[in-house]
Design a protein around this ligand. Structure first.
Ligand code: AMP
Length: 226
């Protein structure tokens, strides 16, 4: 990666559910000017569009399981191609499994490209449960709040549009445990995969969002001469 040049960055953000990947991706997009690409958001948009596909995806997401690898990779490849984003992306929530990472690597190398950095936000299981336990979302605009760390100005209502906040189906307590189990089983080996490639920058996620994004930016800067 070229020192001081952040315009052509290909970054993957990893971390357990609740580690603040979405929040961090948005902050880093502002700081680095590269687009945030979230597979979770893509799938939620597909659900909102309805139809057979939407209903099927909704059932998978609602159960806390993962959308099949082939389908997920196809959605990502189509999106990055359509939006001309092969040179600059902050991927949040993808890859989630080793087969997805392998497929993604071959999609990149087919285009003569490679990842610049994999940022892994570390968070203990105890912290994951505490964070996701209080999470509320706006069903209208998708804004995310937290009972303790990020409460809305008016209890239970979205700051942006006043809609009544809800607990996302996959943030219900039993679903949180299932997502964590899925993460440990499928995403942990992904860290090993990227560790072997030597591209992982680990960042401690147990701080407020501003501090964590400062740590991530520092980790990306430290690796600029890799
Ligand atoms: P997220 O908002 O990233 O937590 O994603 C919400 C849900 O979308 C996940 O629990 C999965 O069901 C699905 N999903 C998101 N990204 C992926 C992926 N890379 N592979 C498979 N399923 C995914």
């Amino acid at each position: 990666m070229m020192a001081g040049n952040t315009s052509g960055m290909r970054i993957v953000l990893l971390g357990p559910p609740g580690a603040g990947k979405g929040t961090q991706a948005k902050k880093l997009v502002d700081a680095l000017g590269i687009p945030h690409v979230s597979t979770g958001d893509m799938f939620r948009r597909m659900v909102a569009l309805g139809g057979d596909l939407g209903v099927r995806i909704q059932a998978i997401i609602g159960s806390g399981h993962l959308v099949p690898d082939a389908e997920t990779c196809e959605v990502v490849e189509t999106f990055l191609t359509r939006e001309s984003l092969w040179d600059r992306f902050m991927l949040d929530g993808f890859p989630r499994t080793v087969p997805q990472a392998e497929t993604f690597d071959s999609m990149l190398s087919k285009r003569g490209k490679r990842l610049d950095a994999v940022v892994a936000i570390d968070l203990s299981e105890q912290n994951v449960l505490a964070r996701l336990g209080g999470r509320k979302s706006c069903p209208k605009c998708g804004s995310v709040y937290h009972d303790v760390s990020l409460p809305p100005k008016m209890a239970g209502l979205c700051d942006r549009d006043g809609a009544r906040l809800t607990v996302r189906e996959d943030d219900q307590p039993e679903k949180i445990l299932e997502r964590l189990r899925v993460y440990v089983r499928q995403t942990q080996p992904l860290l090993d995969y990227y560790e072997r490639a030597g591209s992982v920058r680990r960042v401690d996620g147990t701080a407020d969002a501003g501090e964590v994004s400062a740590r991530i930016l520092a980790a990306l800067r430290d690796g600029q001469n890799d």
